[in-house]
Each structure stands twice: as C-alpha cells, then as structure tokens.
Design a protein around this ligand. Structure first.
Ligand SMILES: C[S@@+](CC[C@H](N)C(=O)[O-])C[C@H]1O[C@@H](n2cnc3c(N)ncnc32)[C@H](O)[C@@H]1O
Length: 213
C-alpha cells in the first residue's frame, strides 16, 4: 500500500509518461473548483502579467487567458507530460503570444526580476523540496506590491497517518499558518486567508500575500 501511495504521490507531484498524461486529464476535472476559485480571487485586469507555478494540465492558464486580452499569462511546471498537455490546451493563446509555458523548477524561474503583477500556485507546494527557495524566486519575479495566491487543501483536512505523521516525504501538507510563516520569511506581507465555507470545497482555501516593496 505504501509503495502504491508513493507511486500516486509521485504522479501527482511530477506526472510522467502515459500514466502522467492520464492523471493530468483527471486533474483538470478534479481540480476545476479550486482553479476557478483561485482565478476569481486574482481579480485579473486586462493588462496584467500573471505567473502560475505548477500549472499541471493548464486549466487555470486557459481561464486567465480569456480574462487578460492585453497582458501575459506565463507558467512553469517541471513535468514534460504536463507541459505537453497544457501547451495543447492553450495552443491558440500561445500562438498569439499571450501565453508562455515553460519547463522549469519552481526554485529556478526563467524570468527577469519584477516582471509580474500577480503569481499563484494550486496544489503544488506540497511537492516542492525547498518551498522557501521557491517562494523567494516568486518574490523576485513579482513587482513590488505584487500579489501571490497559494491554494492548498489545508493540513487539517488531510487526516493524519496511522502513526500520527502527515503526508509523505514526497508530499507534505501545510496549514494556512505554515504558509503565512514561509511567505513572511520569503518577503511577503499583508496576508489574507480566503476559505470557502462549503465543506465539499475544502480545497478552496487560499493564502494571499503581497511582495514587500
Ligand atoms: C497536483 S498537480 C496540480 C496541477 C494544477 N495546478 C491543478 O490544480 O490541477 C502539481 C503540479 O505541480 C508540478 N510541480 C511539482 N513540483 C514542482 C516544482 N518543484 N517545480 C515546478 N513544478 C512542480 C507538478 O509537475 C504538477 O503538474
């Protein structure tokens, strides 16, 4: 059972091959509520430059591209399978130069300093080996005052393992407080937590913070 869980965590954490593409298809449907929730929280403006870290099948990118006709939606994901899927989903906007999706690690973003107005990530931070390094990178590419929105299923909703631990070494859950502490250390402030009160949408849970000037 432990081996199977490790395999599934691995596929969610970095989808690969045919199974990865199949999981990516499932993810787009499964995560649609929290993707739409997060996109709405971003309050995208027509000229915004927005970055997604860990875009998976690229559903949120597609939604944002519809709402940002004169800006740019960029994204990174370190899974080749997800890059392929998300590029296919967003092919028209990529051809128009409005969407730019790259294969890259969250901790090494291939963008210049202060390029983006907003950044976000959904169900991805659990898999980042060094979340603080990645958050500092996101802070670097955000303009001063830029918004970061992190959407997660909070740790309290995961349920502990039988030995009282949480998650696995490959997939670590966080509470809202954990994210605020990490974001503060990475140079963010003015935090707000948005949580959907409907129990069936427990993953509509977002910590928002602003890059210090
Ligand atoms: C569970 S999926 C979520 C995908 C999408 N955000 C969604 O809501 O459906 C996690 C994604 O984060 C990506 N990811 C995990 N760790 C990463 C890292 N260190 N750098 C870049 N992408 C990462 C994975 O490849 C995967 O596509």
């Amino acid at each position: 059972m432990r081996m199977f869980q490790k395999y599934i965590d691995g596929q969610y954490g970095r989808p690969s091959g045919l199974v990865g593409r199949w999981i990516g298809g499932k993810m787009a449907a499964q995560h649609q509520p929290e993707n739409l929730w997060t996109v709405n929280l971003l309050d995208a403006q027509p000229r915004d430059w927005i970055l997604e870290v860990g875009f998976g099948p690229g559903f949120a990118v597609q939604e944002l591209a519809r709402r940002v006709p004169a800006g740019r939606i960029a994204g990174v994901d370190f899974s080749k399978a997800m890059l392929h899927t998300a590029r296919r989903r967003n092919a028209a906007a990529i051809r128009q130069g409005r969407v730019d999706l790259r294969e890259s690690d969250a901790a090494r973003l291939p963008f210049e300093d202060a390029m983006f107005d907003k950044a976000f990530s959904i169900h991805s931070i659990y898999f980042w080996p060094d979340p603080l390094a990645a958050l500092r990178e996101i802070r670097r590419v955000l303009k001063p005052g830029g918004l970061l929105a992190l959407t997660i299923l909070p740790k309290e909703k995961w349920g502990a393992n039988s030995d009282g631990t949480w998650g696995t070494p490959e997939c670590r859950p966080y509470s809202g407080g954990d994210l605020i502490r990490l974001m503060a250390e990475a140079g963010f402030g003015d935090f707000a937590v948005r949580a959907d009160p409907q129990p069936q949408f427990a993953a509509n849970f977002t910590v928002m913070g602003y890059a210090a000037a």
